[in-house]
Design a protein around this ligand. Structure first.
Ligand SMILES: O=C(O)[C@H](O)[C@@H](O)[C@H](O)[C@H](O)COP(=O)(O)O
Length: 236
């Protein structure tokens, strides 16, 4: 595990963008699972303005989770990515593998699981991302696996339908076996509201097992935390 701490959310976005651009440019093809949330939004804004040297033709974009809404819906992680990145870069449209949030959720979870099987290289006979980008909610959820449905993490399927605990919104999420099979997992976590869970999870304090984010442990051992000072307050 590697932990980076930067003074602000903007500097986390800068550091991660520079990391991502370097990883992409040293690859021949780069399969990455994106996350929703406010932290990745800042990364996309920074990259679209500053990472002009990124060869996006090498990049295949997937989503680690997506809300079951239309791609034009303000809740859509795909829409957020279009607004903050895809509308500002040149990337072959066949490289964009969005989740069909508008589809019937159970059938979309099956379809997207096949998209991963059909497009990703295999490691231990499982689809393997070069990079999975994750956020973490205040409740310790990651992707769209929430504490009340932590059992989804161990699903034998590549993808599952999850339900947001407060809104009841359905979501498509990749499962633990996909996340932990990635070559690298990057946790982008910012804000003081995350500090307690970050400490509990990184320091494996009592009760950490209740939080899905604590289950992220890539077989490759390549787990990198990108934190701002507020989120890292409990560990520095
Ligand atoms: O679809 C989503 O909402 C995200 O995938 C979710 O898991 C997010 O990463 C966390 O809620 C953290 O969000 P912030 O980066 O805004 O704190």
């Amino acid at each position: 595990m590697k932990i980076n701490v930067d003074p602000s959310k903007a500097e986390v976005a800068k550091r991660f963008s520079e990391y991502l651009e370097e990883e992409i440019n040293k690859s021949t093809i780069f399969h990455v699972a994106l996350s929703g949330g406010s932290t990745p939004k800042g990364v996309f804004d920074y990259m679209s303005e500053n990472a002009k040297g990124t060869d996006w033709s090498k990049v295949h974009l997937y989503w680690g989770d997506e809300r079951c809404v239309a791609p034009s819906d303000s809740e859509s992680n795909y829409k957020m990515t279009v607004d903050h990145l895809l509308s500002k870069i040149t990337i072959p449209k066949e490289n964009i593998h969005r989740v069909f949030g508008e589809a019937e959720p159970e059938s979309e979870a099956v379809r997207y699981a096949k998209v991963l099987d059909d497009n990703l290289p295999k490691e231990l006979s499982l689809p393997q991302f070069d990079l999975v980008i994750l956020g973490m909610g205040d409740d310790g959820h990651t992707a769209s696996i929430f504490p009340h449905e932590i059992g989804l993490w161990d699903s034998t399927a590549n993808c599952e339908v999850a339900i947001h605990p407060d809104s009841g919104q359905r979501r498509i999420t990749v499962t633990g076996k996909i996340i932990n099979n990635a070559k690298t997992v990057a946790f982008l976590v910012t804000g003081e509201s995350k500090a307690e869970k970050v400490k509990t999870i990184i320091e494996k304090e009592a009760g950490h097992e209740a939080y899905p984010a604590s289950l992220v442990a890539p077989t490759s051992d390549n787990l990198i935390w990108f934190l701002d000072a507020d989120a890292a307050a409990g560990i520095i």
